[in-house]
Write a new protein. Structure first.
Length: 588
């Protein structure tokens, strides 16, 4: 007798008609076999993977994606719930019937001459009551290998699925990598995603944004939990006490860097639990507990170097878990190392750029794409927390929200309570980055850094966030940060990166009630004397600028928030509208 999973795969085979079917078991031998295959198999005239310098970066391979396929495509991403209003103004919507018909035409026979990789995977540790069973089929060997790094692929998933039909169904084909025939269609109510025409990151690794955020956020709304674009870290103080934080920043705005932080403050240590996605449940004791459903990091390469993120450099050089992939970075031909802006201060002489051409240093252009990334297992990370595989996750004491803003948003402040914290997170605006294919550097509202990832109406999502005041017994403190405020000359005023540990220390002092705060229009601010700025060359004047709340700037900001709130009509919770009224009055 065939299992439901086998039957479902048979159906996909009948539609897409692959020449071969390859069921992944997740073993190390299998990874080596697939990597060898990828070194031989050609797409667009070059091999899918090219071996890099194994002495400097163990187990590392290079992949160049099509130049039309280098970032998530939000305009081609749809939430196909039966009612348009349930998808909300934050999502593109298509009627599920129309979407399936459209995708059905693309998928018909699309794998002729290709291999279909069947990837059974788990999001979360198999022992966790919060983990989820998933399957993706794909015709991309690069995607199959990336999934092995990012999720728990293999037999454990097959065993957990058994004969049940209760598993996420992800259908993916790169098709002919044509932007005209590229769509990422979500059916959260059917636990299914259909993705065609892209082989890149969040468009194609369906366990990531498509399942663990868009689909899971919808599930969480139904079931009473949260799926968030957040890191999870443990901050250990000199006495060995650990405080757990969640940190939410929009794409390419500092999550991975904060997740692998090497603090400048003596005696403090940061342990990594997750760098992109957190699933948050109310635990048996009424506290919020978070797990990271992923198993790897798909991190932004540019800006990652010895000075900014030494722990990530160490992670990339490790090879406990094979392999590590580099996508759309440059290659240093003298060393066969991957290279990107910020890896070394000196730009090497003999680089091949991300498009496969010789890099012209004088051109002023970057050699690595702004959204070039590495894909590396979390188990290669020297600061991976021992709690990483805790089935119930870790109890959260603080949630840090942030954005990328050259003005308006202060370096750090604290919300006065849960509702005010939800409000603070709901009004976040951030400058867009290369992580998405649309224009960069434009300020847009990105509440909870979930604008591109919330799988349902964001008005309902805000209500769901507010509801945790009733669901939980103890709630974390909520903080807002902005590492990216600039001076008149366009320079970052705050050193950022490792120095962000100074801000974490203040947050812990606040959580433990060791320091008081100063109330301003936006919330509770640190007193300068309570921030540990030892061995840091920064003047009080700059610190004051960093913490300044400008009436003029907020008078410009509030109408943008109002415009955003208005889009949600009746679905916008009254509590948040009242909060906005209060804030407006403060700046009148
Ligand atoms: P996604 O993987 O897209 O969700 O992004 P992320 O939030 O994990 O972004 P990441 O940490 O990789 O950072 C993106 C960019 O921001 C990199 O180029 C970093 O160098 C830069 N960055 C991170 N932290 C800081 C900081 O504290 N200050 C400044 N100035 N830049 C930072
Ligand atoms: C992001 O864009 O937020 C990412 C990369 O983390 S992707 O997986 O492509 O979504
Ligand atoms: Mn992300």
């Amino acid at each position: 007798m065939k299992t439901q999973l086998q039957k479902w795969v048979d159906e996909q085979v009948a539609i897409m008609q692959p020449d071969k079917i390859y069921w992944m078991n997740g073993s190390d031998e299998e990874a080596r076999e697939l990597v060898n295959l990828a070194e031989e198999e050609k797409r667009d005239g070059h091999p899918i993977l090219k071996k890099l310098n194994d002495k400097n970066f163990q187990g590392s391979y290079y992949h160049r994606s099509n130049t039309n396929d280098v970032a998530r495509t939000e305009h081609l991403t749809f939430i196909c719930l039966p009612n348009k209003e349930d998808a909300g103004p934050n999502n593109n919507w298509m009627d599920p019937k129309d979407a399936k018909e459209k995708m059905g035409n693309f998928f018909k026979g699309c794998m002729k001459g290709r291999t279909m990789y069947v990837i059974p995977f788990l999001m979360g540790n198999p022992k966790s009551p919060y983990s989820k069973n998933c399957v993706q089929v794909t015709d991309s060997l690069y995607v199959a290998l990336s999934m092995r790094i990012m999720t728990r692929v293999g037999t454990a998933a097959i065993e957990k699925i058994g004969d049940s039909n209760d598993f996420f169904k992800g259908v993916h084909s790169v098709g002919d990598i044509n932007p005209e025939r590229r769509f990422i269609m979500h059916f959260p109510h059917e636990n299914m995603v259909l993705s065609f025409g892209s082989g890149y990151g969040g468009n194609a690794l369906l366990g990531k944004k498509c399942y663990s955020l868009r689909t899971a956020s919808y599930l969480g709304y139904q079931e009473g939990w949260l799926a968030e674009h957040m890191i999870i870290i443990a901050v250990e103080d000199p006495k060995g006490k650990r405080t757990y934080f969640l940190g939410s920043f929009p794409s390419a705005c500092g999550k991975t860097n904060l997740a692998l932080l090497n603090p400048v403050i003596k005696g403090y240590k940061v342990w990594t639990l997750g760098d992109d996605i957190a699933w948050i449940n109310v635990g048996p004791d009424g506290k919020l507990y978070a797990i990271n459903p992923e198993m790897g990091f798909f991190g932004v390469a540019p800006g990652t170097g010895e000075n900014t993120n030494p722990i990530m450099i160490e992670t990339l050089k490790n090879n406990k878990f094979f392999p590590t992939l580099y996508t759309n970075t440059a290659i240093d031909n003298d060393t066969n190392n991957p290279w990107w802006e910020g890896l070394t201060e000196e730009v090497p002489e003999n680089l091949t750029n991300w498009q496969g051409e010789k890099h012209d240093k004088a051109s002023g252009k970057v050699a690595a794409h702004g959204n070039s990334r590495f894909t590396v297992s979390a188990y290669n990370c020297p600061t991976l927390a021992e709690e990483f595989d805790n089935p119930l996750g870790v109890p959260i004491s603080g949630i840090i929200f942030g954005g990328r803003r050259k003005s308006t948003i202060p370096l750090v402040y604290e919300s006065s309570n849960w509702q005010h914290g939800v409000f603070t997170a709901s009004i976040i605006g951030s400058e867009t980055t290369a992580a998405s294919s649309s224009a960069t550097g434009v300020v847009r509202r990105d509440p909870m850094s979930m604008l591109p990832f919330c799988g349902y109406n964001m008005g309902d999502y805000f209500k769901h966030w507010l509801s945790f005041e009733k669901r939980a017994k103890t709630l974390p403190k909520i903080f807002m940060v902005n590492w990216f405020r600039k001076d008149e000359d366009g320079k970052f005023m705050w050193p950022g990166f490792r120095d962000n540990s100074r801000i974490l220390k203040w947050m812990i002092d606040r959580i433990e009630g060791k320091v008081s705060a100063q109330e301003k229009e936006l919330g509770l601010f640190p007193k300068l004397e309570d921030l540990d700025l030892s061995n840091l060359d920064i003047s009080d004047k700059i610190m004051e600028k960093l913490l300044h709340v400008s009436k003029e700037e907020w008078q410009k900001e509030i109408p943008m928030i109002e415009e955003f709130y208005t889009k949600f009509g009746d679905r916008m919770p009254q509590e948040l509208k009242n909060q906005l009224d209060n804030l407006r009055k403060k700046f009148a």
